[in-house]
Design a protein around this ligand. Structure first.
Ligand code: SF4
Length: 487
């Protein structure tokens, strides 16, 4: 039996389908927190009261038989030609059924069209007459009051949304138009499973939706890739092509096939220089703008699909921790905050108290993270908007010299996260910590609710503090390195 995820994998890459099909599923900790059972909330929104509820491993006949006796089929399992689908909601209409897909996001786009078309294909081939198709999704405009308003939380849409999140194609028309007969693909999937694993071949699908989980198995040779390999070239359409032709190093790049970004220039110059490139004048100019005392700031936060507290919207984030290292006259002071549950107000009050009133506030990737967090807090708590927006205006992004190709060391291999740079600078690093990744920090904070013993909670909190403090300490190390280069 196949699921739509298998069909998607096969279409992405037959080898990926082969490798993953018999693999044990690993437990998955979602990036976004979802405490409520969304299907149940959507059921209430749809006013579905007389319903059959399908469960895992149901025989497909079960949902089919239930169609005679119920007005609604929720999570019904249906199957055709070995392809099994789980259908969120079917509602009996006069002489057919209305189909509702459930999308736990604000804007369903048509990029997941295969999911919708293959579901429809299975239903039609079970002789189910589909009258109308809609998507029930989260309402981006809903702001939670004291209690969750389920009616406001969802929107029932007849249209997909485009890249700008404006309404676009009609859902029913597009799904019917794009639906294909998947029999041939399903037959080929059978053949693939009875064949030897296909050889790996570098295709766009290897990296298109993020790096494929089998990438390192498929291209083992790249694990030992040299620091100055052409394969480290960032945002390059042709690097694989050049590599296949025997152009192995950055310095030998074919200029005709170079996009020509500043980062690429820095990478090539670093290889020509023997490993390091920096634009001294640009670096000096950037450093010159920084004003003492320097406050190095880092937030950790949780993202909630459904707003858990007043004033929050769908997919809002809740900052629960910060670390602040203050550097003045080469003296370092450390301050920090961590809270549980709805800790927004306590966090912002503590921050306003801890952060120096003058000087630059430095955050790594601060444009895309800390600045946005501060702005969000200012919006949620307008009475603190003025001092928060002052902090906002003082934030300087430490990632900028790397983003702009002002500094590059070939040992970065195309990446310049704080962890990567710290590993080059031979300072005490993240590897010593119990929590060493941003998402681990979120999962650990998430686990605090479930821990009963005070001791266990304290250990998690200490680990979280160490991790966040390492981020701001790492920024000082990187800042000092940049300063040294400029001198
Ligand atoms: S890395 Fe590429 S070739 Fe290997 S399984 Fe993934 S998509 Fe297929």
């Amino acid at each position: 039996m196949y699921h739509i995820s298998d069909l998607k994998k096969y279409i992405r890459c037959p080898r990926l389908f082969q490798l993953s099909f018999n693999e044990e599923g690993t437990s998955f900790n979602p990036y976004v927190r979802l405490d409520q059972e969304v299907t149940e909330l959507a059921r209430i929104k749809l006013n579905a009261n007389n319903y059959f509820l399908g469960i895992v491993n149901d025989e497909p006949e079960k949902a089919l038989n239930a169609m005679d006796n119920y007005e609604w089929i929720i999570k019904g399992r249906f199957e055709y030609k070995n392809l099994r689908v789980k259908v969120p909601f079917l509602h009996k209409n006069e002489d057919g059924w209305d189909l509702y897909f459930l999308f736990i996001g604000n804007y369903p786009h048509d990029d997941d069209i295969l999911f919708y078309t293959s579901t429809l294909w299975v239903l039609i081939n079970n002789n189910i007459k589909i009258k109308d198709i809609s998507i029930i999704h989260l309402n981006s405009k809903y702001v939670r009051e004291d209690k969750l308003d389920i009616d406001q939380l969802f929107v029932i849409s007849k249209n997909f949304y485009n890249a700008k999140n404006n309404e676009s194609n009609n859902i029913k028309q597009l799904i019917f138009k794009k639906m294909k007969d998947y029999s041939d693909t399903l037959n080929k999937m059978d053949i693939a499973l009875n064949s030897k694993i296909y050889p790996s071949k570098k295709v766009k699908a290897c990296t298109r939706f993020g790096k494929c989980k089998y990438y390192d198995t498929c291209f083992v040779e790249e694990l030992d890739m040299e620091d100055n390999s052409i394969l480290t070239l960032v945002s390059s359409q042709y690097k694989n092509e050049m590599y296949q032709e025997g152009i192995k190093y950055l310095k030998d790049v074919d200029l005709e096939r170079l996009e020509g970004s500043r980062k690429q220039f820095a990478q090539i110059m670093a290889d020509i220089n023997g490993g390091l490139f920096f634009d001294k004048l640009a670096l000096k100019t950037w450093l010159y703008k920084l004003k003492y005392p320097l406050s190095f700031l880092d937030f950790e936060w949780e993202t909630y699909a459904i707003p858990p507290y007043q004033g929050m919207k769908t997919y809002d984030v809740l900052p629960f921790q910060y670390s602040l290292h203050i550097l003045e006259d080469e003296k370092i002071i450390h301050k920090e905050f961590i809270g549980e549950n709805d800790t927004r107000l306590n966090l912002l009050k503590s921050l306003l108290n801890d952060i120096p009133k003058t000087g630059s506030i430095i955050a790594y990737n601060g444009e895309a993270a800390e600045k946005i967090r501060i702005k969000e807090l200012a919006k949620m708590f307008p009475e603190y908007s003025k001092p928060l927006m002052k902090i906002y205006s003082r934030i300087v992004d430490l990632q900028l010299p790397f983003d702009l190709g002002i500094v590059y060391d070939t040992r970065m291999k195309g990446h310049y996260s704080l962890k990567m740079i710290m590993s080059l600078l031979n300072d005490v690093g993240y590897s010593e910590l119990e929590i060493s990744q941003g998402m681990d920090a979120v999962f650990n904070w998430r686990s605090l609710d479930k821990l009963e013993s005070k001791e266990e909670k304290e250990i998690v909190i200490e680990n979280l503090k160490s991790y966040c403090a390492m981020d701001t300490y790492a920024m000082i190390v990187v800042y000092r390195w940049l300063k040294k280069l400029a001198e």
